[in-house]
Design a protein around this ligand. Structure first.
Ligand code: SPV
Ligand code: MG
Length: 274
């Protein structure tokens, strides 16, 4: 399975249109879209509202990034219920301290909570999922924090034993080496999830060949593509002192109106307006 990052319903629609299996409701992208660091600056409500809006807009599953669960196990219990009610198909919770720092930031503040504390958070999340079928993905940041492969394996096993449905192992190495070492040593039946942002040369086929990785999340490619193309378009319009040169290159107004759900509104108009 594959998931692509989105930070609002429009980008979630593009994820669905492109044929990904799921939307990754990325905290990194949402924070970036709000112009703030991905460091627990936005509130849970801001994350939740955007996730709910995405769930309402697309038919494919939405995997919610709930960061650290916005606090301790008590916060997690409330948060996961809210996400279940918002329509999330899965929630990903990471074993860092709240407030967190983003994983790929150079020299970032990467501090892990104890395994005991995180197991409590997993149990709270599972309880809050109830019989909803929402998938709980426990994410270890052991490699990100520089704690090493043994710690990553130890934590992943503990989280799997605590009942997590899948284990996300994040790595910021620029080759897939440490990630592959993890999958080779992983003996549990709990599937592995990866976010190969730092090691993009590792593709879906190679992931499948490990026999362990069942979900590949593309963490931030939407917002990176968006920033690049907006920059280029804005610069060209400034340069040309006009929009003629970019008009046929960028999406048409008609395209945007269609993405806004025009067909749906037309059906409503036809049915109810006189
Ligand atoms: C996100 O996209 O918000 C993630 C992945 O959690 S990363 O930014 O690499 O931590
Ligand atoms: Mg995140």
């Amino acid at each position: 399975m594959t998931a692509m990052a989105a930070h609002n319903p429009l980008t979630a629609c593009l994820v669905e249109e492109a044929g990904f299996d799921a939307v990754w409701a990325s905290g990194f992208e949402l924070s970036a879209s709000m112009g703030v660091p991905d460091a627990s600056i936005l509130s849970m409500d801001e994350h939740l509202t955007m996730t709910r809006r995405m769930c309402e807009r697309v038919s494919i599953p939405v995997i919610a990034d709930i960061d650290t669960g916005f606090g301790n196990a008590v916060n997690v219990h409330y948060a996961v219920r809210y996400y279940v009610n918002a329509g999330a198909a899965a929630v990903v919770m990471e074993d860092k301290y709240f407030p967190k720092d983003t994983s790929l930031r150079e020299g970032g503040r990467q501090k892990l909570v104890s395994i005991e504390e995180f197991n409590g958070k997993i149990r709270a999340a599972l309880d809050a999922c109830g019989d909803s079928q929402v998938v709980l993905i426990a994410r270890t940041e052991a490699l990100i924090a520089g704690a090493g492969l043994e710690e990553a394996l130890f934590r992943a096993k503990a989280y799997s034993d605590a009942g997590a449905d899948m284990i996300l192992v994040h790595s910021k190495a620029n080759t897939p080496g440490e990630l592959l070492a993890f999958t080779q040593r992983w003996q549990e039946s709990t599937p592995v999830v990866i976010v190969p942002t730092a090691y993009p040369q590792f593709d879906e086929r190679q992931a499948e060949q490990t026999g362990k990785i069942k979900l590949v999340i593309y963490g931030n490619h939407g917002i990176r593509a968006l920033v690049r193309s907006m920059r280029e378009t804005f610069a060209q319009i400034r340069r040309d002192a006009g929009a003629a040169g970019t008009d046929s290159v960028i999406a048409s107004v008609k395209d945007i109106i269609a993405l806004q759900g025009d067909a749906h509104m037309r059906a409503i108009e036809k049915q109810y307006l006189v």
